[in-house]
Design a protein around this ligand. Structure first.
Ligand SMILES: NC(=O)c1ccc[n+]([C@@H]2O[C@H](COP(=O)([O-])OP(=O)(O)OC[C@H]3O[C@@H](n4cnc5c(N)ncnc54)[C@H](OP(=O)(O)O)[C@@H]3O)[C@@H](O)[C@H]2O)c1
Length: 213
């Protein structure tokens, strides 16, 4: 059995948990306010899931998903994620997160910031450009014509491979952008962001993305 530790239980964290449990994963999910505030979600998810603190979720996971607002990255537990693959759903909304000059200038990436915070983990961008509700509605079996594709990026090939396997189980093809330094291509306001696209269309949209908006 594989356990996924999820840090963040909002729109996307809870939806990823629902699909992961459906697929047979064990899930430990957390938020900022404490596990008692996740009682309803834990009850809905059933016996394969439990609510915990972020540190407990990080420690329990064979791999982890960080799905908190960008400004909360400094709070993500470091030590229990050391040596683990960490999927990052983050996007930069300066209206919500405040301005990050390095992001505004096109000199950094959101997932790169998480990788800097977690130097002993293997960060991969994942599930950042799909509307949360579509995670459980848009997946189709491998080989389906025009199957929806999602992008990933990582400095670690085994992390990108894990994302591709997970995407396939969730019902999506994968386009690997390459290193985290290129992950801006699938960020907010670029052509690939939140659009429903197959692998060929996603590849094309990634190629024509502007570095700064
Ligand atoms: N919504 C989407 O469709 C979507 C799609 C793709 C990617 N994203 C991106 O994914 C990230 C999460 O989005 P969301 O829509 O799920 O946000 P959300 O609904 O606001 O949920 C955020 C979650 O993060 C938790 N959190 C906040 N600060 C935390 C901290 N310091 N430690 C632990 N947990 C903390 C919150 O817990 P509390 O409520 O207890 O504070 C909440 O469970 C964002 O970067 C977003 O841009 C969103």
């Amino acid at each position: 059995m594989t356990t996924i530790g999820i840090i963040g239980a909002g729109h996307i964290g809870s939806q990823l948990a629902r699909k992961a449990v459906e697929l047979g994963y064990d899930v430990v999910i957390s938020n900022s306010r404490g596990p008692e505030t996740l009682a309803d979600l834990a009850a809905e998810l059933g016996p394969k899931a439990r609510a915990a603190t972020p540190a407990e979720a990080a420690a329990a996971g064979d791999f982890a998903i960080v799905t908190v607002p960008l400004k909360a990255i400094p709070d993500v537990p470091v030590e229990p994620l050391a040596g683990k693959i960490v999927l990052d759903t983050n996007n930069y909304y300066w209206e919500r997160d405040g301005h990050f000059p390095a992001l505004d200038a096109g000199e950094a990436t959101t997932s790169g910031l998480l990788q800097e915070h977690l130097p002993q983990s293997k960060v991969a961008k994942a599930f950042n450009h799909i509307l949360f509700s579509q995670i459980t509605t848009d997946g189709t079996p491998a080989g389906t014509p025009d199957r929806r594709a999602l992008a990933t990026a990582s400095d670690y090939p085994d992390a990108a491979e894990l994302v591709a396997r997970l995407y396939d189980e969730f019902g999506f093809d994968t386009v690997n952008i390459g290193p985290l330094a290129e992950s801006w291509r699938v960020e907010r306001d670029r052509p690939a962001y939140v659009a429903r696209q197959n692998a060929a269309e996603l590849t094309e949209n990634l190629a024509r993305a502007p570095r700064t908006i």
